[in-house]
Design a protein around this ligand. Structure first.
Ligand code: NAD
Length: 364
C-alpha cells in the first residue's frame, strides 16, 4: 500500500482498532479475542507492515465462515518439561495463541534462564516482530522460526514451482534505557505476496528478481501469481535466503509437529502458522550488562556511517518500524480504496452496514 494515490484515506489507529474489534465481535468472537486481534493487526499497520495489518481481516472472516478459524479456542499444553513448552493453537486466532505461548515462555525463561517454546496449529499469527517484542520487553533475547500452511507460493532456489510459503524469521534483542531494541523480522521471500497483489491491481511490474513464471524463468509480471499457469515468489537473497526458509520450515513446522509441506495438502481459507521460539536470559551468560552496552555501542557505531547518496539515515533492524509508528500515530493509517472496500465487505459479513462503519470510524 502506498502513502499516496487515488482513493487513499488516512484513518486514526484507534478508529481502525475499534472497527476491527466490531468485525470480530460481529462474527461471534468474544470481547477479549476481538481486542487482541484488532490491536495486533492495527499495530502491524502502525509498524508499516500493511500486508499483515487490518487488511488481513477479510481472510480471517473467510476462515471463520469456512470453519478453518475457530472462535474462542484455547491454547492446549501438549508438553511441559524443564525449559520446554509445546502448545497446540487449536486453529484459534494466532494473536491469542502466540501471545499466550510467549507469556508462558517468558515466565519459563524467568525461572530457568531459557525457554524453548513450540506453537503448532495456530491460525495466522501475524507480524512475528510483535512476539519478539514481548520477549525483548521482558529483557530477553529471542529467536523465532515460522512456517506457513496455506498454499505454497515460494519456489526453492533453482526450482521452477512453488513448494512452501514466505516462512518468516525474527530475532529480537532487549532495549536499553534510551536506545531502541534491535528487532529483525522478515519474510524469507524476496517480496510479500501482498506486494505482488498491489502491483497486479495497478498493472505495474514488480522489482526484478522477485518472481519466476511457471517455467522457472525470471519475470517481473505479477500476473503469474494470480493467473494460470502460476509462477512463484523467489526466496530472498538467492541460495542463502532459500537456506533460511528451509530452516524455518523444518524448525517451525517440523520440530513443533505442526507439519511441513511435503506431508500436507493446501486447504482453501486456511492460514496456519507453526513457530519454534527460543527465549534466552542474557544474564545466563553473566552478560546482561555487557550485551546492553554492546547494543548501545554497536548500533551507534553503524548508525554513524555517513549515509550514502539518496539515503536519509543509516538504521538498524527495528528502526523503520519505530519511525513509521511515530508518523502513523500522528497522521493516521493510509488505506487505499481496494483495501478499504475489502474491509467494508468484511464488516458487512459481520453484520455492520455502512452506517455502522461510519458510526465507528467517522467519515473517511
Ligand atoms: P521488511 O523487508 O520490511 O523488513 C525486514 C527487516 O529489515 C525488519 O527487521 C526491518 O526492521 C529491517 N529493515 C528494513 N529496512 C531497513 C533499513 N533500511 N535498515 C536497517 N534495517 C531495515 O519485512 P518483510 O520481509 O516484508 O516482512 C513483513 C512482515 O510480514 C513481518 O512483520 C513478518 O513477520 C510478516 N510475515 C508474517 C508471516 C506469517 O505467516 N505470519 C509470513 C511472512 C511475513
Amino acid at each position: 500500500m502506498s502513502d499516496t494515490g487515488e482513493g487513499l484515506r488516512h484513518i486514526p489507529a484507534d478508529a481502525l482498532t475499534a472497527l476491527g474489534e466490531a468485525i470480530v465481535r460481529g462474527m461471534g468472537g468474544a470481547a477479549g479475542e476481538a481486542a487482541l486481534v484488532a490491536r495486533h493487526l492495527v499495530d502491524a499497520n502502525l509498524a508499516g507492515h500493511d500486508s499483515h495489518g487490518i487488511g488481513m481481516l477479510p481472510s480471517y472472516v473467510a476462515g471463520i465462515r469456512a470453519g478453518k478459524l475457530r472462535l474462542g479456542a484455547e491454547l492446549e499444553t501438549l508438553r511441559d518439561r524443564g525449559p520446554v513448552l509445546l502448545f497446540d493453537g487449536q486453529r484459534g486466532f494466532g494473536q491469542v495463541m502466540a501471545r499466550a505461548a510467549m507469556e508462558r515462555g517468558v515466565e519459563r525463561a524467568r525461572r530457568d534462564g531459557l525457554a524453548a517454546v513450540g506453537l503448532r496449529n495456530s491460525f495466522h499469527i501475524g507480524r512475528i516482530g510483535a512476539w519478539g517484542e514481548i520477549c525483548a520487553a521482558a529483557g530477553f533475547v529471542s529467536l523465532h522460526f515460522v512456517n506457513v500452511r496455506s498454499r505454497p507460493i515460494v519456489a526453492p532456489f533453482g526450482g521452477s514451482d512453488a513448494r512452501f510459503s514466505t516462512n518468516p524469521v525474527c530475532v529480537a534483542l532487549p532495549a536499553t534505557d534510551d536506545t531502541p531494541r534491535v528487532v529483525l523480522d522478515m519474510a524469507t521471500s524476496q517480496i510479500a505476496l501482498g506486494k505482488a497483489r498491489v502491483a497486479y491491481h495497478k498493472g505495474v511490474p514488480v522489482p526484478p528478481g522477485s518472481l519466476i513464471d511457471h517455467t522457472g524463468a525470471a519475470t517481473d509480471d505479477p500476473a503469474v501469481m494470480f493467473e494460470d499457469p502460476k509462477g512463484a515468489l523467489r526466496p530472498m537473497g538467492l541460495h542463502k535466503g532459500y537456506a533460511l526458509a528451509v530452516i524455518c520450515e523444518l524448525l517451525g513446522g517440523g520440530l513443533t509437529g505442526g507439519g511441513t509441506w511435503g506431508s500436507a495438502e493446501p486447504e482453501p481459507d486456511l492460514i496456519v502458522n507453526n513457530m519454534t521460539t527460543v527465549i534466552l536470559d542474557p544474564d545466563l551468560f553473566g552478560a546482561g550488562a555487557e550485551l546492553r552496552r554492546d547494543i548501545d555501542a554497536f548500533t551507534a557505531w553503524v548508525k554513524a556511517s555517513p549515509p550514502a547518496p539518496g539515503v536519509e539515515a543509516v538504521m538498524v533492524p527495528g528502526d523503520p518500524e519505530r519511525r513509521t509508528r511515530d508518523e502513523r500515530l500522528r497522521n493516521g493509517i493510509p488505506m487505499d480504496a481496494g483495501n478499504w472496500a475489502a474491509l467494508c465487505a468484511a464488516a458487512a459479513e459481520a453484520g455492520l452496514d455502512d452506517g455502522a462503519v461510519r458510526g465507528i470510524v467517522g467519515e473517511v
